[in-house]
Ligand binder design. Structure first.
Ligand SMILES: Nc1ncnc2c1ncn2[C@@H]1O[C@H](COP(=O)(O)OP(=O)(O)OP(=O)(O)O)[C@@H](O)[C@H]1O
Ligand SMILES: [Mg+2]
Length: 231
């Protein structure tokens, strides 16, 4: 479904992604692991089209999207939940959701109903400003906003960062439902290993802008964790 072949991404002279290839199959739940600064966010940003490739190709379905603008990729079905959530604090919860849907659906209300079905905790706060919600609620809102575009694939950047353990469990349940009920393929960047193992069937580990290890999450070896993830 997503086919990344030998890509390089730089910030000016600083080379961040160095010849990385990765395939994601439809229906898969993949987690991308790696220490701080290895290029995880940069990889996601290059997939959604906000950072240009120096080299390589990205295919989504049958379409080569390497040169497509971010809005065109979004229209094809690629959605993104940014690190740090980035909801709009001065808009209400509902307005934040609507923003995610305007460009994608003529049936805003029905799509919103579908999304809110996944997030009973949000339903009660539709008229409250995004900025007054708790971290966990904001994370749910950010996921909900991304789902408003009815994506085929959802990319999430560290969804559990700074979130209380009980809410982490809730988010893991929501992502399972996103995958099973909405049939959305899920790719998560994560540093929370326990959460990663719970939510994903396959992992890849990044180091210095490359993938250095991969496998099934239930077969992840301790020495791998020590070598590439422990701090
Ligand atoms: N806008 C930018 N301009 C220049 N360098 C950047 C920029 N964004 C990130 N970098 C650098 O690129 C490298 C990879 O950053 P990136 O944010 O992709 O890492 P990450 O794996 O997501 O880290 P973290 O786990 O801390 O979120 C880092 O060395 C970072 O300092
Ligand atoms: Mg990051």
């Amino acid at each position: 479904m997503l086919e990344i072949t030998d890509i390089k991404v730089n910030y000016g002279k600083s080379k961040v992604i160095n010849g990385l290839s990765l395939n994601v199959e439809e229906g898969e739940k993949l987690v991308i692991l790696g220490r701080n600064g290895v290029g995880k966010t940069t990889l996601l940003k290059s997939i959604i089209g906000v950072l240009p490739l120096e080299q390589g190709t990205i295919k989504f379905g049958d379409t080569e999207v390497s040169s497509y603008a971010a809005n065109a990729r979004s229209r094809l079905g690629i959605a993104y939940v940014p690190q740090g959530r980035e909801i709009i604090p001065d808009l209400t919860l509902e307005e934040n959701l609507d923003l995610g849907g305007y460009a994608h659906t003529k049936n805003l209300e029905s799509q919103k109903a579908k999304v809110l079905d996944l997030f009973p905790a949000l339903k009660e706060h539709l008229k409250r400003k995004g900025g007054v919600l708790s971290g966990g609620q904001q994370q749910q809102l950010a996921i909900g906003r991304a789902l408003m575009s009815s994506p085929q694939i959802l990319l999430l950047d560290e969804p559990t960062e700074g979130i209380q353990p009980n809410v982490v469990a809730e988010i893991s349940n929501i992502l399972k439902r996103v995958q099973t009920e909405m049939k959305v393929t899920v790719v998560i960047v994560e540093q929370n290993l326990k959460f990663a193992k719970k939510i994903a069937d396959r992992f890849v580990i990044m180091q210095k802008g490359q993938i250095v290890a991969s496998g099934k999450t239930n077969e992840m070896k301790d020495d791998m964790v020590k070598k590439y993830l422990a701090v």
